[in-house]
Every structure is written in structure tokens, then in C-alpha cells.
Design a binder for this molecule. Structure first.
Ligand SMILES: [Zn+2]
Length: 290
């Protein structure tokens, strides 16, 4: 595993889902996220053993399965305490909530993959945790209560608050629970001056202004695309179908719900901005531009 030191007490394990390590004292560490699987959790445990580190805490930036996949294994092995934002902690304790949120009912077969559902682990509200050298900040938008973790080395772990340029070029439409909140978080991050920014997916960067700009422009481009499609299509299904064609997305059962969440969130923003009206017509979610 590729471990990079970013400060006296701060390390990052660079992988498809970057994991943070903050050294608390000469034996204990705190992990920031645990990767996408039990196997990844095992690799982390091996790494901790090589350094003679004991795992005292895990902080999850949010509850998505690719960030908490190693939780259950690591908690079983180290009996460590796990913390996340309060609402996210409900999802970590009861991962069935994640596909339930997307489906809107008891999830149908096909939405139970490890991509959407991790194993449960016992997770507490992070407002009850005080760790010397760590500061928690709200970066919600991508998910309900996404948090960033800032270390005493002026390094911030940003979870999925933004996505690297390389990944955005590949997948333009990212999962977003609250598009308006996502854009506000980008504005907030733009005003910050951390030594290193560590997103969960993509490269560690010292200056993320350009990356933030690309995130904002990509979202606004999709919003414009939605408004263009609404000139000649009115139902949510038609809108989603047109977007999938435009962005070359294969709408599987999973992707329908992931991309569909983002587009519904965009509709919420456009409705709040007074640009569209949404109603039910012939059992369709029907969208009219004002
Ligand atoms: Zn996520």
C-alpha cells in the first residue's frame, strides 16, 4: 500500500478510496474512512501492524459503502470507536437505509450490492468526540451530513465534497444528494487555505481552486442541459433518458437510482430558484419550465 506522509502526524493511504491516518500518540492512531471492502480493511490492519499502531478511532466522512467498507472488520479486530455526523451515523449502524433512501421503500433485489450497502458497524455521533489536533467541519451536499476532517498539520480530508478532474472527465454526473448544498460547499472550500487537500477519490493537491472550478462548471453544465431538455420533454423518465444518452450512461437499476438522485436534487434546486414547477400528471413526475 502506498502511504504518503503529509505532516508530522498525518498520512494518506493512496488508493481508489484514499484513507487518512492521524497519529494520536506513540501507539494510537485515528483512521479517516476505511475503504470499500473487508479486504481493504485487512490491508489497512496489516499496515497498522507494520507500524506498531493501535487503531483507537475511525472517523467516517460519510456513510457511503465505499468509505465504510472496512469498518466492521476493523472494529471487530481493534474494538475501536467509530464516529460520523449524526444522521450519517444512523446509516452506518443500519446500512439498509442507503438503498432505502434511493428507492423510497424496502429496496428491490438488485440494490443490495456491496456498492450500495456495507456491513453494519457501531457508529456514534461525532459531536461527542473530542480529539486533540482534529477539527471537524461541515461539507454537506454530496451526502446528507458529509464532514471534512482537518488535522493539526493543516491537512484536510474532504471525503466526496468534490471530485478530482480526472474522475469528472470520466463520470460527469456524480451522485449528489443536495446540489445547492454541494455548490455552497465548493464556495466554502474556495476560501480555505490548507496545506494539503485529500479527496476520497483522486489526487492530493495543495491548491484545489482549479479543481473546484471544474466541479462547479460541470454541475452548472448539467443544470443547463436539464433546462435545454425541458424545452421538449416534460417527464422525469424522459429527462433521465436524454441525459443518459448525452453522457453515455448505461442506466442499470443501480445507476438509475444513483443518477436519478442527482437529477431529482437538481430539480429541487431549480424549483427553489423559481425556474420550474413539478407536479404529477398521468402518474408521471411532470416538469414545466416557468
Ligand atoms: Zn460518497
Amino acid at each position: 500500500m502506498n502511504v504518503k506522509q503529509l505532516g508530522a502526524q498525518t498520512y494518506v493511504v493512496e488508493s481508489p478510496v484514499n484513507v487518512g491516518i492521524y497519529v494520536l500518540n506513540d501507539k494510537d492512531v485515528c483512521l479517516i474512512d476505511t475503504g470499500n471492502s473487508k479486504d481493504f480493511g485487512k490491508k489497512i490492519a496489516k499496515l497498522l501492524e507494520e507500524h506498531n499502531w493501535n487503531l483507537k478511532y475511525i472517523i467516517n466522512t460519510h456513510s457511503h459503502a465505499d468509505h465504510i467498507g472496512g469498518n466492521a472488520y476493523l472494529q471487530g479486530k481493534y474494538h475501536c470507536e467509530i464516529y460520523a455526523e449524526r444522521t450519517e451515523s444512523y446509516f452506518i449502524n443500519n446500512p439498509l437505509l442507503e438503498p432505502s433512501l434511493m428507492y423510497g421503500a424496502m429496496p428491490i433485489k438488485g440494490l443490495y450490492s456491496s456498492f450500495l450497502m456495507a456491513k453494519p458497524s457501531i457508529c456514534y455521533d461525532i459531536s461527542n468526540l473530542q480529539v486533540d489536533g482534529l477539527k471537524i467541519i461541515n461539507l454537506s451536499g454530496h451526502s446528507f451530513g458529509l464532514i471534512g476532517v482537518v488535522t493539526s498539520d493543516n491537512v484536510i480530508f474532504t471525503g466526496d465534497a468534490y471530485t478530482s478532474q480526472r474522475i469528472l472527465e470520466k463520470y460527469a454526473i456524480q451522485y449528489t444528494y443536495d446540489v445547492d448544498g454541494f455548490l455552497k460547499t465548493l464556495d466554502f472550500l474556495e476560501k480555505t487555505e490548507y496545506a494539503y487537500y485529500v479527496p476520497s477519490h483522486g489526487e492530493v493537491e495543495r491548491d484545489i481552486k482549479n479543481t473546484l472550478r471544474i466541479n462547479r462548471e460541470t454541475t452548472l453544465e448539467i443544470e443547463k442541459e436539464v433546462l435545454d431538455i425541458l424545452e421538449y420533454k416534460n417527464t422525469f423518465s424522459e429527462l433521465l433518458n436524454e441525459l443518459a444518452k448525452k453522457y453515455h450512461i448505461n442506466l442499470t437499476l443501480e445507476q438509475y437510482h444513483i443518477i436519478g438522485t442527482t437529477i431529482k436534487s437538481l430539480l429541487t434546486k431549480l424549483s427553489d430558484d423559481g425556474i420550474i414547477e413539478v407536479a404529477i400528471k398521468d402518474a408521471n413526475l411532470w416538469i414545466d419550465k416557468k
